[in-house]
Design a binder for this molecule. Structure first.
Ligand SMILES: [Fe+2]
Length: 561
């Protein structure tokens, strides 16, 4: 059996009306060529920790075109797969450029573990909603494809590893030594991404459906950057430095660089090295290891060192994707979910004059109200509002039950709430129909809405959550979560928050749909009659575990005022 020169991909990443960025990992240094019709575009690989990658920008395409493409690594045709190869049965991978004026249809979701798709994997992790969507798109001519998918965090789990990942770890180091079953270095991250993205059906999906991504905690570690003392503690360990450096360096390679438009990439300090190298006639493969490790180290020291957030414009719709993990300021006296630079950037992006303003943030901006206030109370207590001893307990509680969402960072919460209100009130351009926060992380899905006076021309402020794609809460915890989040925390949250002198939020909000706990992928659609969002899940018929049917969990239509 010959080994393919292609390790992973192709993934179609950033796409606009005339261009697409195609990402691959190759087995060795190579020239990678993408062919569409009679034209071709090429890029040399770059190297990181001995792995080889290329990002090929295909440009000059017609707006709204759907073009089958192929990939070559040097002279080897590697994509589409041929003969009996895995994935050869699926339709040809295409590059679909955005069509001017076409209303956006976008899938989104978060939290996806990578276990097998047979009876065993489905018993422990439920059916993979992404695979179910892929199967529908690959086999049903009538399927309506989204324009892209937005992955809102926990794309990979570097801390909770699968048996397959642990086998890889055990083959190279002593699993009884720290960090044990968790990831240690870049090599292990490369394998983790390979496990997540290489099963044939999901690989086909990512080769044909453009994707945008942002990390959440598990891409690095549970509770990543929850507090100053958490950071101080973990920095004492022997393994954290290598983990955070390889986590962020691999994130840049596997997720971040494909989020950027060609212009943004050209302005990126690390990417510029590739451009300069190519312009200087460098025919060899550039090694970015040091540059990326150095960047990762600086980012961990200083949240303002780099921006992982980005914004995209679609027909009449703006999407702003915010980094709610690495941009945190943790020092107790200046604690904020977003550093000042990041807040100023977000402030500049929060504008009207669009039909919908979407804000992608891995963590829900609006949690159930009670939980929001419990988090706010916990932050105040952790900062000493109830004295030093309570602060210690507050910190323990924060880590034990993940009190680390926007509510636990009141400074940034109030700043962003004000921005959203100003957009919704028409003070930042014409008010959109909705300002909608898109989030994941919490292992259940719901929709909530800010209570606002109804007047023509003002926006509805909405929170839509889709989590998990494949990592469900155990059944007995679902009921407890629903009761705690919606019934118990509701009445007590505000009372305890008041006792710690937490300022009231500038508005109230209430649940309008959910919670539901199914593995699901959401698809939102900008329609004439409003913003429609569907949550879709996979259902196994009989014992045909490999071919789940895509089924609707819920649908919500957010009508304009
Ligand atoms: Fe998370």
């Amino acid at each position: 059996m010959t080994t393919s020169p292609l390790v992973l991909g192709p993934l179609v990443r950033y796409v606009d009306e005339t261009s697409a960025s195609v990402w691959v990992e190759t087995r060795a240094a190579a020239q990678v060529t993408v062919r569409v019709d009679g034209s071709s575009w090429s890029a040399r690989t770059f190297r990181v920790h001995g792995h080889h990658y290329a990002l090929v920008v295909v440009d000059g395409l017609a707006p709204g075109s759907v073009s089958p493409y192929s990939v070559e690594v040097d002279d080897d045709a590697v994509w589409p797969p041929t003969g009996g190869a895995d994935g050869a049965d699926y339709p040809r991978s295409v590059i679909a450029t955005l069509e001017p004026g076409k209303p956006l249809r976008m899938a989104f979701g978060s939290c996806r573990t990578s276990v097998d798709h047979g009876a065993g994997g489905n018993a422990t992790h439920g059916v993979d909603a992404l695979r179910s969507l892929a199967l529908k798109m690959a086999t049903d001519d009538t399927a309506r494809w989204p324009d892209l998918v937005l992955f809102l965090g926990d794309q990979v789990y570097a801390d909770e590893t699968t048996a397959e990942m642990q086998d890889f770890i055990k083959a190279r180091r002593d699993i009884d030594e720290p960090p044990g079953k968790e990831l240690k270095d870049y090599e292990e991250y490369a394998h983790l991404y390979a496990l997540a993205w290489s099963d044939p059906l999901n690989r086909w999906l990512l080769s044909t459906l453009p994707s945008l991504m942002i990390f959440d905690d598990h891409d690095v570690r549970d509770d990543w950057n929850t507090s100053y003392s958490w950071q101080q503690d973990i920095r004492q360990t022997s393994w954290w430095h290598e983990r955070i450096v390889s986590g962020l360096a691999s994130y840049w390679v596997y997720q971040h660089v494909g989020n950027l438009s060609p212009d943004e990439r050209d302005a990126d300090p690390v990417w510029q090295r590739i451009v300069t190298h190519a312009e200087g006639g460098g025919d060899d493969e550039l090694d970015l290891t040091e540059a990326l490790d150095d960047l990762a180290e600086r980012v961990d020291e200083d949240p303002t060192a780099y921006r992982w957030s980005y914004a995209r414009d679609f027909a009449g719709v703006r999407l702003v994707v915010v980094d709610s993990r690495a941009a945190r300021v943790l020092e107790p006296d200046r604690r904020s979910l977003l550093d000042d630079d990041e807040l100023a950037w977000l402030d500049s992006q929060m504008r009207g004059d669009v039909k919908h303003l979407f804000v992608g943030t891995s963590l829900p901006f609006l949690l159930p109200t009670g939980l929001h206030y419990l988090e706010a109370w916990n932050e105040a207590v952790g900062n000493g509002a109830w004295g030093e001893r309570s602060a210690t307990y507050g910190e323990k509680l924060r880590r034990a039950v993940d009190l680390e969402h926007w509510g636990a960072f009141q400074h940034a919460f109030h700043a962003v709430a004000k921005m959203a209100q100003e957009v919704a009130d028409g003070h930042r351009g014409k008010a959109p129909q909705t300002v909608t926060f898109l989030s994941g992380d919490v292992h259940h899905s719901y929709v909530s809405e800010v209570d606002r006076p109804h007047w023509a021309g003002s926006s509805r402020i909405i929170q839509a959550v889709c989590s998990p794609i494949r990592n469900p809460l155990p059944r007995k915890m679902r009921f407890a979560t629903a009761v705690l989040a919606y019934a118990v925390a509701g009445p007590i949250g505000k009372v305890v928050a008041r006792s710690a002198k937490v300022p009231e939020a500038p508005f109230r909000w209430h649940n309008i749909a959910g919670p539901w706990f199914d593995n699901s992928i959401a698809v939102l659609e900008d329609r004439d009659n409003g913003l429609a969002v569907q949550w879709l899940t996979g259902v196994v018929e009989g014992d045909d575990h490999e071919h789940p049917r895509l089924d609707k969990v819920a649908e919500v239509l957010i009508e304009p005022r």
